[in-house]
Design a protein around this ligand. Structure first.
Ligand code: DLL
Length: 433
């Protein structure tokens, strides 16, 4: 179902006219209210009035995570605190967390975008949505919550964790939609199995999973284990939270970016040069309706591709390919660029291997080492040593073939890799460089 038929299917020309109008208003506002932007615009010799066409966006400066940290906590807010009604923050694995603010209007916009997202995934008024994204400073919980209420569905604000209780609630309340990280969805499947509950027979119909990278293979695995349609949802706190883009149930091919609120661009992460549609690079977003925390050309570090072709679902908004990883997740191992998602794709192609793994990077002498701890299923694990060796050898060879790096693979017992209730940790980098 299309929640906002008019705006989500706006003919391209009208959409672009709306974007231009909103971009100009945003540029005006940030220049007038946020000293950081005024200084940057002035340094670059560009004034809001110079924006006459959409492509003039390219003349505006980028904003980075470092800029956000330098103005911690509220330095980039464009409204006085009396107009701010909510604050969220992203965990930030390194350094300070990033803090974002919302006006009442921003909360309404977010709820609208989340209602659109849930509807695109196939959720409706009569659904019961078990929202297992964490509630708190993380945007996942409350983001989904307000959208689900706006949609008119019944939302269960269970938050993450307490996994046995999740299964009981799923069973007793008859949840039809599950929202959580993809890794937690798999953990819930395991929990159900341990409890002797056949999760496949419950009423779950759709799962809306995001907040961390996952692969097409992992989608297949989740759909098989939970017997539902798994939909990819993307977003980041800085831009608004979840609800920046989502796949539609009809096509499940790329995530529609809500372009009447955010303008996406793809750039070469090394040079900053704009890349054309169809080319892979770093996603950059400009928010064009946000009040409290507008962002101009924010570099996400997320790697994706934009596709302008219309979708069979009828939405006209551009689609982005599923995010395969972050440019700052990239490991450089003996000079070779390695994304954890590439190793995941190797693992997922091997029979008996579970989608739970941990990459440990270290340095011995002057040489980088990569150890991949990989979980196998019960059947493989109880197999003869000889067969286990065949599997680990195969993984090592496939990694070598695909990436050209040597990995030491350790097959580990089922359920021995720590599960997460939110974003999974896949990499431990012990190198002190
Ligand atoms: O993770 C917002 C969110 C909540 C999205 C619930 C989807 C569902 P942050 O904590 O600020 O916000 O983390 C944002 O997570 O820059 C990506 O690197 C990653 N990410 C989010 N969604 C996806 C996805 C939320 N579908 C960062 N695929 C982003 C891959 C994702 N990575």
């Amino acid at each position: 179902m299309i929640w906002n038929e008019v705006l989500e299917t706006l003919p391209r020309e009208e959409l672009e006219a709306l974007q231009l109008k909103r971009l100009r208003a945003t540029a005006d506002r940030v220049h007038a209210t946020v000293p950081f932007y005024k200084k940057k615009f002035d340094e670059d010799g560009i004034q809001p009035a110079d924006i006459r066409y959409l492509k003039d966006l390219q003349r505006l400066p980028f904003t980075t995570k470092t800029d956000l940290r330098d103005h911690y906590p509220f330095g980039l807010f464009a409204v006085p605190m009396e107009q701010v009604v909510r604050i969220h923050a992203s965990s930030g694995t390194t350094g300070k967390q990033t803090v974002v603010g919302y006006t009442r209007q921003d909360i309404d916009t977010w709820a609208e975008l989340m209602a659109r997202s849930l509807a695109a995934a196939g959720a409706q008024k009569n659904d019961t949505i078990q929202n297992a994204y964490g509630y708190g400073l993380f945007t996942g919980g409350l983001g989904v919550h307000y959208g689900a209420e706006k949609l008119g569905a019944a939302v269960i604000p269970i938050s993450g964790g307490n996994s046995k209780r999740q299964i009981i609630v799923m069973q007793d309340f008859g949840s039809t939609v599950l929202t959580c990280t993809p890794s937690y969805a798999l953990f819930l499947a395991e929990t159900a199995e341990e409890m002797g509950v056949d999760i496949k027979k419950l009423k779950l119909r759709v799962g809306i999973f995001g907040a961390e990278p996952w692969s097409e293979k992992m989608r297949e695995e989740i759909e098989r284990k939970l017997n539902l349609q798994a939909i990819d949802i993307y977003g980041l706190s800085e831009v608004i939270g979840p609800g920046v883009s989502i796949e539609c149930l009809e096509a499940k091919q790329g995530l529609h970016v809500f372009e009447d609120h955010f303008i996406p661009e793809i750039i070469n992460p090394q040079t900053g040069a704009i890349l054309p549609y169809g080319e892979k690079g770093e996603l950059v977003f400009t928010t064009i309706t946000k009040e409290a925390f507008p962002l101009i050309r924010y570099r996400t570090r997320d790697i994706s591709v934009l596709y302008p072709e219309p979708c069979k679902c009828g939405r006209t908004h551009v689609r982005m390919e599923r995010v395969s990883g972050r440019s700052d997740d990239m490991l450089i191992i003996r000079g070779v660029n390695v994304f954890p998602s590439q190793i995941e794709s190797v693992l997922m192609n091997i029979e008996g291997v579970e989608p739970h793994y941990l990459l440990i990077v270290d340095r011995k002498g002057n040489l980088d080492t990569l150890e991949a701890q990989v979980e196998v299923n019960e059947k493989v694990f109880s197999d003869e040593i000889k067969n286990l060796q065949v599997i680990s050898r195969k993984i090592e060879n496939d990694i070598k073939d695909l990436l050209g790096v040597t990995a030491e693979v350790k097959l580990v017992e089922p359920k021995s890799i720590q599960r997460s209730e939110g974003k999974a940790q896949r990499v431990i980098d012990k190198r002190k460089i």
